[in-house]
Design a protein around this ligand. Structure first.
Ligand code: CP
Length: 329
């Protein structure tokens, strides 16, 4: 079998700054149509050991729309369940598949075991520590709405989970970005993610600031976007039986818009209405959460194309659509 250059996307660390911008812009281009069939003749395995509505459908549909084919695996399907190692499974699948999109129960290190071969690109569709393709969809959404990511100011409220981690690791690459996180005590970003985000921010000019309270006098004013995620991240359980009490002050309500009246609302979904967000916010006029969900498809198309360097056309050849609404200067 002839080998082709593959690029794994297991962490945002796998994308150089220029790659990150290109993938985000390419996703925004796909949102405006004009698809083509750059992945014609390729086959992707879609392997999800955890539930998914958006990500699994986005990557499956993206592969089909780009001219490729898919093979789907559920949690009990592969021989890893009977003791075959991830490395051996990856070596075998790489002789038949061109890409593998995987949602696992483990950390990115487990995903790297699948990637110990050079024939099949591996994409992290969410691991315990990081949800990199969610961040790419989020930045695509911001690009489509504001026309840019640079200089945006965001308030993230909720658990410092894998979505928050990926958001911090992506946004901290963009000059002038200010990301304010309000995470419940004991449920913040990991020290590693904070340190990496701050190191990137020192290089790019972005700021990532985390607090563990909802003191109204300390909330940033005039932010461009307010973002939350559900309190119970897929497949994780909280050992503290009183965790809801700790999370309660971090619900996103209409009151957060008092000092940021133009902020759009983002949510990676699925939402638990009345828990992390009120129904009025999620369905309100400033919510772009369902556009954000659609952008997972456009962004997945860009990710799959990027993973095959020989098929990658980049974002330079096309226009990024005009912003849906003028952003801040
Ligand atoms: N946001 C997200 O990852 O959604 P799914 O769990 O439905 O894929």
């Amino acid at each position: 079998m002839k080998q082709h250059p593959v690029r794994h996307l297991i962490s945002l660390d796998d994308l150089a700054d220029a790659d990150l911008r290109e993938v985000v812009e390419r996703g925004a281009q796909y949102a405006s149509g004009g698809v083509g069939r750059p992945l014609e003749g390729l086959v992707a395995g879609i392997y999800f050991v955890k539930t998914s509505t958006r990500t699994r459908t986005a990557f499956s549909t993206a592969m089909l729309r780009l001219g490729g084919a898919i093979v789907g695996y559920g949690p009990g399907d592969l021989q890893t369940n009977t003791g075959e190692t991830n490395e051996d499974s990856g070596r075998v699948l790489s002789r038949m598949l061109d890409l593998l999109v995987a949602r696992t129960a483990g950390d990115p290190a487990e995903m790297r075991q699948w990637a110990r071969q050079s024939r099949m690109a591996v994409v992290n569709a969410m691991s315990a520590d990081e949800h990199p393709t969610q961040a790419l969809a989020d930045l695509t959404t911001l690009t489509l709405h504001f026309g840019k990511v640079e200089g945006l100011r965001l308030l993230y409220v909720g658990e410092g989970n894998n979505t928050a981690a990926a958001l911090a690791l992506a946004l901290s690459r963009y000059p002038g970005v200010e990301l304010y996180l309000r995470t419940p005590p004991g449920y913040g970003l990991s020290a590693s993610v904070l340190e990496r985000s701050r190191r990137q921010g020192a290089r790019s000019g972005a700021v990532v600031l985390e607090r563990h309270d909802m003191d109204a006098t300390a909330l940033p004013k005039d932010v461009d976007a307010i973002y939350t995620t559900r309190w119970q991240t897929t497949g994780t359980a909280k050992p503290d039986p009183n965790w809801r009490h700790v999370f309660a002050p971090f619900q996103v309500t209409e009151a957060l818009w008092e000092h940021s009246p133009r902020a759009v609302f983002l949510h990676d979904l699925p939402a638990h209405r009345g828990e992390e967000v009120t129904e009025g916010v999620l369905d309100g006029p400033l919510s772009i959460a369902f556009d954000q969900a659609e952008n997972k498809l456009h962004s997945a198309m860009a990710v799959l194309e990027w993973c095959r360097a020989d098929r990658w056309q980049g974002a330079g050849s096309g226009e990024v659509p005009s912003p849906a609404r003028a952003g801040r200067t």
